[in-house]
Design a protein around this ligand. Structure first.
Ligand code: GAL
Ligand code: CA
Length: 330
């Protein structure tokens, strides 16, 4: 009996203590889940590092952002599992760089059901998908513009007084197009608008070769080597949907002794700016990973605070040439 009373007394004390325990102090923790389509991508690596760094600057006495970043390894099944885990662990907000845009509707249905505001980045879900919930937003850059700028860089080279672009003097531009992943709106739009800009300047184009380097430097080099085997000196210019493929193409051109062929890319990564400096890359377009990272993080915080954000948010591209490349070196 005595023992029982003793136990009851202890239990009562513990309960009492917990009830009277002072409220926890210190910052409130916000769990942020970031899903990247794959880590092995130069542009998205800059982007995710900047998001992490920028979240750090948002920590204060009242809030602490706990950021977890996952590698989708270019596999939508793996990424969906990572997102399911974020949801199961009650994350407060998500930032998602989808692997496969056709998964957008499924993913949006999941975050909506769990009421977790979500920022989509870099790969744009359809307007119909975006219209299905008001706590989602997309942050990106207008791919058309990057294509147009690439075309304009080539037009300027073609129209220069000492231009040697038209090697065979037939008044047509014989070109190679190295494209990014088929699933990505940037690949299709850069391909289309770069050529449109050239044609808008009254230049007749002649497509020699077009293939996918999937955003990848090694694949860009391999596809370019194939193009060189097939068309050799007939190639007058190379458009690459991004800098990694442009740098791969330059490797193939150097190996073939064809360094006179102008190459343009997109992103303005550090190695691309180096290549502009040493003259192997004729131009690129800034795909502003810092600006997009900041807008994404700011949007995530606004959505968390119940503030409204636009459904689509655009960060501008900037044309980068030998004249201004130094402005973009970090
Ligand atoms: C593009 C970028 C590419 C690649 C791709 C990934 O915007 O130009 O280099 O990072 O996104 O989705
Ligand atoms: Ca020609």
């Amino acid at each position: 009996m005595k023992k029982l009373f003793a136990i009851i007394a202890v239990v009562a004390m513990v309960l009492g203590l917990t009830a009277c325990a002072p409220k926890e102090t210190g910052p409130k923790t916000i769990k942020v889940g970031i899903a990247i389509y794959k880590f092995d991508d130069t542009f998205m690596t800059n982007y995710r590092n900047e998001m992490k760094a920028y979240f750090e600057t948002k920590n204060s006495d009242t809030v602490k952002y706990e950021v977890e970043v996952t590698d989708g390894k270019n596999d939508q099944v793996a990424q969906t599992e990572q997102i399911d885990n974020f949801i199961a662990q009650d994350y407060d907000v998500l930032i998602i760089n989808l692997v496969d845009l056709t998964a957008a509707s499924t993913i949006i249905a999941k975050v909506k059901a769990a009421n977790i505001p979500t920022v989509f980045i870099n790969r744009q879900p359809s307007d119909a998908d975006m219209a299905t919930w008001d706590k989602i937003t997309y942050v990106g850059a207008k791919a058309e513009d990057s294509g147009t700028y690439q075309g304009e860089i080539i037009v300027d080279l073609w129209e220069a007084t000492d231009s040697k672009v038209d090697k065979n003097g037939d008044d047509k531009l014989q070109y190679v197009m190295l494209m990014g992943q088929a699933i990505h709106q940037d690949a299709a739009l850069r391909t289309e608008y770069s050529i449109k800009a050239v044609e808008a300047a009254g230049i007749v184009v002649d497509k020699l070769f077009e293939d996918r380097g999937e955003w990848d430097r090694v694949k860009g080099q391999e596809k370019m080597a194939t193009a060189i085997t097939q068309f050799g000196d007939a190639i007058e210019v190379v458009f690459a949907n991004n800098d990694d493929m442009a740098l791969g193409a330059i490797e193939a051109l150097v190996a073939a002794g064809m360094t006179d062929v102008p190459v343009v890319g997109v992103d303005a990564t550090a190695p691309a700016l180096d290549a502009i400096k040493n003259g192997t890359l004729k131009g690129t377009v800034l795909n502003d990973s810092d600006g997009q990272a900041h807008t994404s993080v700011d949007s995530a915080i606004k959505l968390l605070n119940g503030e409204a954000v636009d459904v689509l948010q655009w960060v501008p591209y900037v044309k980068v040439t030998p004249e201004n490349y130094e402005d973009f070196i970090k």
